[in-house]
Design a protein around this ligand. Structure first.
Ligand SMILES: Cc1cc2nc3c(=O)[nH]c(=O)nc-3n(C[C@H](O)[C@H](O)[C@H](O)COP(=O)(O)O)c2cc1C
Length: 165
């Protein structure tokens, strides 16, 4: 990798947080139990073949376990899921407590009231600084409708007004 400038971490975090995103629950069954985390780094990548990605911090203690799940479920969180998002980013042993989830047709763990769901498997993992970029091959994709949770400047602002024409 080429040498890069070093940045003040707070400045960089703030600049990155100016870019709004959705949040997905990344979840799978490992030894029969749901394992997962919240991720705002989800991106669509390719239509043919159907690929998406997200990046995971190398400090994650969940990813080394979750990557062992054969099939991963990605659930796009709905606008009312701010607390669910915090739960999915909180203590690992409480992430699925009282959370309405089901196992999808392909075997991924999906949130019952997500606005969209995907099931996928790991295509490639690429070292990317202090994160790992995970490229995922899709096996299912469903748009269930509704407004998505938005993560912007470390908060969950409500979208107001209609769509721009
Ligand atoms: C809104 C939001 C977005 C997040 N996005 C990511 C992400 O894209 N990648 C990541 O590794 N962690 C992300 N996290 C943190 C994880 O959800 C989780 O807290 C982290 O992986 C630490 O837990 P672990 O050690 O069990 O993995 C996010 C947290 C929140 C609240």
């Amino acid at each position: 990798m080429t040498a890069t400038l070093s940045f003040d971490p707070t400045t960089l975090r703030e600049a990155f947080s100016a870019f709004p995103s959705g949040v997905v629950a990344v979840a799978g069954l490992v030894d029969g139990l749901p394992v997962g985390l919240a991720a705002s780094s989800f991106q669509s990548v390719s239509l043919e073949p159907a690929l998406v990605s997200f990046s995971v911090a190398n400090t994650s203690s969940t990813w080394p376990v979750l990557r062992r799940a054969g099939e991963l479920g990605l659930s796009v969180l709905a606008s009312h899921h701010d607390q669910v998002c915090r739960q999915l980013a909180g203590p690992a042993e409480e992430r699925f407590a009282d959370l309405p989830v089901h196992v999808g047709q392909e075997g991924g763990v999906l949130l019952d009231d997500a606005v969209a769901t995907f099931e996928c498997s790991i295509e490639r993992e690429v070292e990317a600084g202090d994160h790992t970029w995970v490229l995922l091959a899709l096996h299912s994709a469903d748009d269930l409708g509704g407004d998505a949770l938005v993560f912007h400047r470390s908060a969950f602002p409500r979208l107001t007004g209609g769509s721009a024409a």
